[in-house]
Design a protein around this ligand. Structure first.
Ligand code: ZN
Length: 311
């Protein structure tokens, strides 16, 4: 089974088949401990009682002079890990230890002339990075540092005839990219650009006989799409178009009942990536005992309210 990245929202692993070993970031540190970024990952839906184990100093090992965070010590900063860092600090109510001006300038500096965003200094462009930049700057209350109109226009240029969105203009619709584009449009108050019935139909067709959701036509169902597809359906008010009870059963069938954790499909090995998205999916399905999660920010609703409802 392939290894998976587990960033706080997992955007680095939308195309899990494309993830290479270089991205896994688990080389030993000078102290001999494995200090990957994901090693300080905490499930946003768990109780905040765990804040006692949060060590902000460890997070800042990844903070680089450019203002962004890297996936590991000695790596280049990237907008993806920068959002993960901001989300983790937001979860633990520690955004005050961040140099907001520096971090937001790093993220805003990645916007290109056409409104798109690069992931880092090397220039790869993808609608994932548009979402990441917009989500990050929204949490930091610095959206005014970018050209939001151009950012929205670029995302809209990636809309396809099937109602979905791709990574660049003309690229195939993919549930992960749809989450990114719909999420960015939701955060910027631009959901009127989405053809909700057309996109809702494409998204609800992702549910297969087992109840699980896939990311594209003819693909196998996978627990992580419980997040990408469901969150998008909720943001466009079409979640009632799928069989929610069957999806709950599919997610629960992917649990390792002896050792804990959730896998991509029943009887596969569990990993933290799919455990997060399984729990997040159950939250979106209003499963009893799980905190509510915000479908656009992928953070608990109480955390988002604390941030956005205060100055
Ligand atoms: Zn998956």
């Amino acid at each position: 089974m392939k290894k998976k990245i587990a960033s706080s929202i997992g955007l680095s692993a939308i195309d899990e088949e494309a993830v290479d070993e270089r991205s896994l970031s688990t080389k030993p540190s000078k102290t001999g401990r494995l200090r990957s970024f994901s090693s300080i990952f905490f499930n946003p839906l768990q109780s905040r009682d765990s804040s006692s184990v949060f060590k902000a100093d460890e997070l800042f090992l990844f903070f680089l002079p450019a203002g962004g965070f890297a996936g590991n010590t000695g790596h280049d900063p990237h907008v993806l890990y920068t959002l993960s860092a901001v989300q983790i600090l937001a979860l633990f109510d520690k955004l005050d230890i961040l140099d907001v001006g520096k971090v937001s300038s790093y993220v805003a500096g990645l916007q290109n002339e056409d409104g798109s965003f690069s992931g880092d200094m090397w220039g790869e462009v993808d609608t994932r990075f548009s979402y990441i930049a917009i989500c990050c700057l929204s949490i930091l209350k610095c959206l005014d540092k970018i050209n939001v109109v151009k950012a929205v226009d670029y995302i809209v240029s990636c809309k396809n005839l099937d109602g979905g969105f791709g990574c660049t203009p003309g690229a195939e619709s993919h549930a992960g990219q749809i989450f990114c584009c719909v999420g960015a449009l939701a955060i910027t108050g631009s959901l009127h650009h989405v053809d909700k019935d057309l996109l809702g139909w494409w998204l609800c067709e992702r549910q297969v006989k087992s109840g699980g959701l896939n990311g594209r036509p003819e693909k196998l169902p996978d627990v992580c799409y419980s997040w990408w597809v469901l969150s998008s359906l909720i943001m466009i008010d079409r979640v009632h178009w799928i069989d929610k009870a069957k999806l709950v059963k599919f997610i629960l069938d992917c649990q390792d009942l002896e050792n804990g954790g959730i896998s991509d499909r029943p009887d596969d090995a569990v990993d933290i990536f799919h455990t997060y998205f399984g729990v997040a999916g159950l939250s979106l399905l209003e499963y009893p005992g799980v905190k509510a999660i915000d479908p656009a920010y992928a953070l608990p609703v109480d955390v988002i309210n604390r941030i956005l409802l205060t100055k």
